[in-house]
Structure formats: C-alpha cells, structure tokens
Design a protein around this ligand. Structure first.
Ligand code: GLU
Length: 445
C-alpha cells in the first residue's frame, strides 16, 4: 500500500505551532514510509479564510524545512463536493431540509442532512486504541448548506477519499469529529483510513495553547530569532521520544527513527525555556562564519541602545556566543544595558567598587597596581595578554579582591563578561581612564 497523508490547515490565522506539529508528525511518518504528502488548504469558511494566512502557513512550513507533493484548495473543488452531495441525495442517503435559519431567526433556510443509520461505530486509533461512539445522538447531522456549499465534515471526507489518503494523523481535538466522518465515508462507499489522534500540547499552566495567551504563531518565534532546525526539533520532541532517546536530531535522523506508535499518549507542555535550550544547542553548532554576520545584524538592529561603533561591535561578537540562547537575546542584552559598557564608560558608584569584606585602601592598592600594569601594555592587546599580565598578582592577592573591582569599574555591572575581555575590547586608553575614574569614585565614597 502506498502511504498518503495530508496537511489540511484552515487558513483562518497565521501558522500556529500546533499546525506545524501536525505537519511535522505527518511529514516524518510519510518520509519514513516512502509515502506522499498532500497539502490541502481547507478554506471553505469564506468569512474567516484569508489568502494572507494561507501564504503564511506555506511560508512557515517551508521555513521549517517541510514540503509536500501535491497542493489543493477546497474552494477550488466545489464541483467535486457538489457531485458527492447530489449523489448522496439521489441515493436517498441525504436529504434537503427547510429549516429556520440559525443565523437569521424567523427566516427559512435550506440545509442538507445525512440520514444517520444511528449505530455504534468503533475505530482503531494508532495512539489511543479502540474508540467506540454511539452515533444515535448525532441525529441526522448537517453536511452542507447547499449542493455547492459543503460543510467541513463532508469536504474532509470527500477529499480524503478522492486524494487516496491512507492515514489521518491529527490532534485529538478531532476525535469527536471522527464518527461523523466515518458515517459520511460509509454513505459514500469510501474506505476508512487509519486514524492516529495525538494529544495536543498545552501552555505552561496546562491550559490549551491559545492566541490570547502569548505566542502561538510560528512567525513570532522566527522573528525572535529562533533557528528553524531548533523549532522543528523541539516541536517534534514535544509529543514523541525517538527510540534512541536522543534529544537533538536532524530531520534525516528523525525520519529514520520515527514510528507512529511512539507518539506520546499524554499532552506535553510547551515550555519556552526548553525551546531556548534546544535553540542554544543549535546556535553553538554554527561556525564562526555562520554566527558572525547574523549576530552583527542583530547587534545593528539594537544600536539605538548603544553609542554605536562598528569596530567595537565586531570585537564583542565572539562573546555573544556564550551569552545568548536565541538571536533576540542580543537585543535584550542591549536594551537592558548589558552591552553598552563596551561602547561607553559606565557611571560608577564608589561603594560598589570593593568586593564584600575588602576595605577601600586595599581595593585602591589593587586598582593602582592595575593602572601600572596597563601603562606597560601596548595600545591594543588581547584578553589573554592582559590576563597573563595580571594573573600572578591576582592569585597572590586574592582573585575576587583584585578582579571584582576591575570588572566593576570597566562595566559598572555586578554581572558581565570577564574584565580581561572587556579591557581588550575597549583598549588601553579607555581601560586606563575607567580604572582611574574608579579610583576617584572609590576615594570619594
Ligand atoms: N482543517 C482542520 C483544522 O485545521 C483539520 C481537519 C482534519 O485534520 O481533518 O483543524
């Protein structure tokens, strides 16, 4: 049997992380089994569907590295649905009913209903096992508003049959739709696909992920500077553990390991911290040539927070590697004042200069020693060079007692990269000036 699956998003919003997960699971399954993928834009809801959303879904799935073999739009398939509805009515399996309109009470409207034989339906779900529904209470449910205006269930079933879909893999919010869809399938004489309904993922408070509660759009993660491979890997891992137990896997490795049966049975929490961890794993794998231009671009975007200097910017790039998990952390560092000391001298508070329990005189002596060391350095030096010039002294006198005040007078911060690096970026003259300013601030404190 040749396997065929579908990506059937409704283009009523920007590509949701849930849509991406659905696509990833279907993609891995199809690729693992040499199957084919059908992209189906389920745009029958004329009021809510928008071309802009469809374009976004396509763009973001491509960005994640996913593709498909065939593309359809339900709005272009009206004739196919019309024929199916017409045949069902002709065969006495569906009928037209004149009813009071729900939208406009008092007005009559047509609706086409399936004659429900009203029996128990059992289907085997790959994730959840056998599921049984009593369909009597569904009554004769509506399948279309008119022959050329199908409702969701009818369109999905006609399409799945027409497109030869063998496996319907989707979120468990669709389980309750399945009995209706099976009844329509049976009325049409279509064969039943294999079903796999995986649990939805939840937001941190274990509630359903929603647009109101923050980021659900793939584009917003992309704009924040998450790497596509990291988001792909994280979303795949959210509801699935590969047999190898590995967490970081390339798409090829995921395909090789994928089995529908290994999908989790309970819902995972979408954890942004964990996603950041995945992203960092991918960031550190970037070569310098890959890392530098992108980091520079993000740093430039943040220049309004900094008194910009291109050569300083170029020098601090390597230190950003250790400080960020996602590109937008560069913007955060800049806006929170964690980069500006590379570009401008900080404001110093005398009281913050000594390390705890070290007195002013001792601190002054250490800073004075640093001044004499700096005076003997060339105008430009490396972090290693200034480190070796100060290391023995710091080791003898106490590293904290010597290096804490140095780091503080260079950065004005309690936390920052090591002082040797900062000194190497700003150069001899600026470093000397900052240490001297520190000594004055210390003495007047
Ligand atoms: N278009 C539906 C949705 O976006 C999916 C339909 C299906 O998977 O059968 O929720």
């Amino acid at each position: 049997m040749s396997i065929r699956v579908r990506f059937p998003p409704s283009p009523t919003g920007y590509c949701h992380v849930g849509t991406a997960r659905m696509a990833i699971v279907n993609y891995l399954f199809a690729k693992k089994n040499g199957g084919q993928i059908v992209f189906r834009s389920e745009d029958t809801d004329k009021e809510r569907s928008k071309k802009e959303f469809e374009a976004d879904i396509i763009e973001q799935l491509h960005w994640l590295g996913l593709g498909w073999d065939e593309f359809y739009r339900q709005s272009e398939r009206t004739e196919i649905y019309r024929k199916a509805i017409h045949d069902l009515i002709g065969e006495g399996k569906a009928y037209v009913s004149e009813e009071e309109s729900k939208k406009e009470p008092g007005k009559m409207a047509q609706v086409i209903r399936l004659k429900n034989p009203g029996r128990t339906i059992t289907f085997t779900d790959v994730v959840r096992g056998d599921i049984t529904f009593d369909t009597t209470e569904l009554g004769d449910f509506a399948i279309a508003r008119a022959e050329d205006d199908p409702l969701y269930h009818l369109a999905v079933v006609v399409d799945d049959a027409d497109m030869g879909i063998t496996h319907v893999i989707r979120g468990e919010d669709h389980i309750s739709n399945t009995p209706r869809q099976i009844l329509i399938q049976e009325a049409l004489g279509a064969s039943r696909p294999v079903y796999a309904h995986y649990p939805l993922h939840l937001s941190a408070d274990r509630s359903k992920l929603s647009k109101r509660k923050g980021d659900v759009a793939v584009r917003s993660y992309r704009e924040k500077g998450f790497l596509s491979q990291a988001l792909l890997n994280y979303l795949a891992a959210l509801g699935w553990t590969p047999p190898s137990g590995k967490e970081i896997l390339s798409l090829t490795e995921m395909i090789a390991e994928f089995k529908l049966e290994d999908l989790h049975k309970s819902g995972a929490v979408f954890d942004t911290e964990k996603l950041r961890w995945f992203n960092r794993e991918y960031l550190v794998q970037l070569s310098d040539d890959e890392f530098t231009p992108i980091a520079m671009e993000w740093l430039k975007k943040s220049h309004t927070h900094l008194s910009w200097n291109e050569s300083i910017a170029a020098k601090i790039i390597p230190s950003l590697r250790e400080r960020i998990s996602v590109w937008s952390d560069i913007e955060t560092l800049a806006s929170e004042g964690d980069l500006d000391y590379f570009f401008t001298a900080p404001t110093l508070y005398g009281k913050s200069i000594p390390m705890k329990k070290i007195d002013i005189e001792t601190t002054q002596r250490h800073l004075q020693h640093i001044v004499s060391v700096l005076q003997n350095m060339p105008a430009q030096f490396s972090a290693e060079e200034i480190k070796s010039a100060l290391w023995d002294y710091a080791t003898t006198e106490g590293r904290g007692a010597v290096l804490w005040p140095l780091r503080y007078v260079l950065s004005g911060k309690d936390k920052s990269p090591d002082p040797f690096f900062i000194a190497s970026v700003i150069g001899k003259d600026e470093a000397l000036e900052r240490v001297n300013t520190g000594i004055s601030a210390l003495l007047s404190s």
